[in-house]
Structures are given as C-alpha cells and as structure tokens.
Design a protein around this ligand. Structure first.
Ligand code: GDP
Length: 456
C-alpha cells in the first residue's frame, strides 16, 4: 500500500488549524470508509485534490501561556512537524497580523529545510484578504501569507495547488487516488456476450486478496484482486449471469429491472459494459446505456468476441467504434475497447482504462478555474432561455463535488426551467473539451440564484 506524502499544520491556537484540517479532509472522508489500511484519527487524515492524495497531519496548537514554555513548545511542535512531513503549513490569523508567537515560530522555521507555506486564515472578506499584502507581512522573515478562509473554503484549492507543486518539486508527489483506494467494478451486459469469460480471463492470473481489508465492505461474491499494486473489487461476480437474466423481462427493461440495476450499480464506481460484436447493439443495450448514464458510474464500453470478426483491416476498430457511438449517444463519454475474452486479446488493457475512468471521477476545478471557464463559455455561447421571457443571466458556476464531478450553475431567474437544457449540454461538452472527464458522467445542476457580485 502506497503512503501519501505528508503536510503538517502548525501555528498558534485559535488560528483555525482544525477548521482547515477538517476542510481539507472532508471530501475524502465521505469515501474514506473504503480506503484500506489508512490510520485515521483526529490529527491525521488523507486529503483528496484533483485525483491525488496528500496526508494532512495536525500537530496541535500552542496552548501554554508562560513565555518559557511557549519557547519549548514552539521548538517541539516544529520539530515534530519537520519529522512528520514533506511540507509545512504554518497557519496564521490574518485578522490580527503577525503576533509575537508567530515571529517565534517563523524564527524556528528558518532553521530547517522542509519547505514552508504561510497560510493566512480567516480571510472571510476582501478587506481581510487585502491584509496579506500589507507591510507587516511583507517585512516578516517568511513568505507573505496565502489568504484563505477555512470556514468558507475559499482559497483552499489554491493552497492545495501550491502544496502539490512543492511536493512534486521535492520528489515526493501526491499519490494517485487509484493507488490508495480500491476501485469497485461492475460487469454488465446481455446474457452470453462473454461477461463471465472476460472476468475469468482478467482475473485468471491475478492474486486474490482473501484477508479482511480494514474499512472495506465486501460481500461474499465480490472478488478483490491486486494488479500492479492497485486494488480492484469486482462486485457480485457470481451474480453476473443472474443479473443479466434478471434484466431481460420480455424485450424491454422493466422498471423493476432498472431499479435493481441502479441498486447494483451503487456498489460500483466503474462499469464494464460488455457487448457481443457479432450480435450488434441491441435495444436492451441501449436501455442499459441510459441506466448507466443515469447511475453516475464511470463506464468502459467493452465490445467483445473481436476474434470472430472476419477480414479485419487496420480501420475496422475505428469503423466499429463510430458505429457503437452512433447507437449509444448517452455514453458519448465512455471509452470503447475491443476484446476477445476467449483469446485474451486486449483483456489486460482493461486495467489502465478502469484506472483512468476512475480517476476522472475526481477531476476538480478550483473556484477560480470554474469562474474563468464560465466567462469563456459565455463568450462562445450566451445562455439560452427556455420557457419564460427573461434572458437568463449566469450568477455563478462552481464545482461542488466529485465522484462523479458535480457542478452548480446559478442563474438569476426565479424558475429553473427558464434556462434551455441545450445550454447544460453545451457546458458539459465544453468541460469535456478542456478537462479530463473521459469515462465519467458529469452532473450540472441549475439553481435559481440570488443576485451575486459575480459578473460575467
Ligand atoms: P455471459 O453470459 O455474458 O457471462 O457470457 P459467457 O462468458 O458465458 O459467454 C457466452 C459464450 O460466448 C461462451 O460460449 C463463451 O465461450 C463465448 N465467448 C465469450 N467471450 C468470447 C470471445 O471473446 N470470443 C468468442 N469467440 N467467444 C466468446
């Protein structure tokens, strides 16, 4: 198991270290129950940023009041941080300026080699933010503080970008999320397309993990394997046939089938959607594509039994891919791979594809990036009104979450249906053009917003 590089929080009490700690680790915390082998306590947890992981260590504050004890405590705290981490986050309170204790800590930090970022917390307003540029900070021994608000989450993305850059330069880059988190994979498709054969082929030589892995919920029919240092859980492998059969009721996917499939997909982040090249794409496949898009899982389209295609030419793959895409517009974002479960052709290539579509679930735009993106989007295409008379005006565009990536578009209209849905599609396509979202669905919610100060 790979261990993420560490960042240590130090600083006086009440500067907001715990708030910053909580803010940084909250996103992964909701997924954390799935991460095996990580020790987690009040003072140490993993932080997820742009599909990469950094371990955050809170060293505790300076709680003493007697001058000589402060001195000792400062030395102890910084030494602990230096030993524990590859980068130090020295948190100061921008509302009160550098204090005597801040200077003490700064002096201590000057004597050591671990890179330090000075974080100016409590920058909840423009006035406080501006203080970071004042003379009192310009003249102090370390860098001027990077203004953030742990409470509002503002600036934390910039801080994480800075940490990432420093850690990369130091040769201890943040680790990829795929290296510390098991990826849950569901295999779906019509009966007889080769799901079981494919699974046998890819699991055949792998090392199964049979021991209990902490913080990982696993059902009896899940197969957990390790492949090139990464952990994969193929969910409900014994149910693969049963599941496919269950979905075929008459010739259409019945409501109950849809619900059960969605329920099953909740256990996975990635779906391998298998079909049989000799049979072509069926109505059932097209229904399933819709369910997959709705479910929020990332998808890889696996066109199987490629060995049975005769007279293949170098362009066969491209032609077939265009055909598949034409039939499955709901999964336009999913990569397509052509396999033969029987001969094993390209079966192993599924692993890097799973990694890719999994990590794209964690692609993250900072507030600034999302804002810039929206400004450019509007230049290309003004928001289009749907119902109503008033032209919609965009108030804000922000990413609210990952796994899968979720955005909120605030418009200044009382009714959300006043923005034409084509505009959401336009934004989604543009996001895909500019950022790494291949394989993952993107959610964009329209919200009627109050007038904000943002101008586009
Ligand atoms: P499932 O119902 O989707 O799990 O399908 P199976 O894995 O049971 O496969 C159905 C049939 O297709 C079996 O006879 C397999 O041997 C055959 N099959 C599966 N994959 C391939 C393939 O890539 N090429 C060929 N030629 N046959 C395959």
């Amino acid at each position: 198991m790979v261990i993420a590089p560490k960042a240590a929080l130090i600083g006086r009490t009440n500067v907001g270290k715990s708030s910053l700690f909580n803010k940084m680790v909250e996103e992964l915390k909701s997924l954390v129950s799935e991460i095996p082998g990580t020790t987690r306590d009040r003072f140490e947890a993993d932080c997820l940023w742009r599909a990469k992981v950094i371990r955050i260590v809170d060293t505790g504050g300076l709680d003493v009041n007697k001058a000589d004890e402060i001195e000792k405590n400062v030395i102890m705290q910084t030494e602990k941080a230096m030993k524990a981490a590859q980068v130090i986050l020295f948190v100061v309170d921008l509302t009160v300026g550098p204090t005597v204790d801040d200077y003490r800590i700064a002096k201590e930090l000057l004597h050591q080699k671990t890179p330090v970022i000075v974080v100016g917390n409590k920058a909840d307003s423009a006035q406080v933010r501006a203080k970071a540029d004042s003379a009192e900070w310009a003249n102090w021994p370390l860098m001027k503080p990077l203004p953030i608000s742990a409470k509002q989450g503002v600036g934390v993305g910039d801080l994480l970008d800075m940490m990432t850059e420093i850690l990369e330069k130091a040769g201890t880059p943040p680790v990829d999320i795929t290296e510390i988190m098991p990826m849950r994979v569901a295999v779906l498709g019509e009966p007889n397309v080769g799901k079981s054969t494919l699974l046998n082929s890819i699991l055949g030589e792998e090392r199964f993990i049979t021991a209990n892995v902490p913080h990982t919920t696993r059902e009896p029919n899940d197969a957990m394997i390790e492949h090139e240092g990464k952990t994969y859980i193929f969910v409900d492998t014994a149910g693969i046939r049963k599941h496919a059969a269950m979905m075929r009721t008459g010739n259409k996917l019945e409501e109950a089938g849809v619900e059960r499939t969605l329920e099953f997909l909740k256990r996975a982040q990635v779906a391998l959607f298998v079909m049989d090249v000799t049979r072509g794409i069926t109505a059932q496949d097209r229904h399933l594509a819709g369910v997959l898009a709705e479910s929020g899982v990332s998808t890889v389209i696996v066109v199987n039994k490629w060995d049975l295609v005769e007279n293949k030419t170098p362009t066969s793959v491209n032609k077939m891919e265009a055909e598949v895409r034409g039939w499955l517009p709901q999964l336009k974002y999913a990569p397509v791979i052509f396999t033969s479960a029987l001969t094993g052709q390209r079966a192993k290539k599924l692993f890097p594809l799973i990694d890719l579509v999994f990590s794209h679930r964690f692609t993250r735009l900072s507030d600034d990036e999302a804002h810039q993106f929206m400004s450019q989007a509007i230049v290309r295409h003004k928001p289009v009104k749907g119902k109503g008379v008033k032209s919609p005006k965009v108030e804000s565009f922000t990413q609210r979450g990952v796994n899968p990536p979720r955005f909120v578009l605030e418009v200044d209209l009382p009714r959300k249906d006043s923005l034409d849905v084509s505009y959401v599609r336009f934004l989604e396509n543009l996001l895909r053009e500019h950022y790494e979202f291949g394989g993952t669905p993107i959610r964009i919610r329209i919200q009627a917003g109050k007038k904000s100060h943002t101008t586009y």
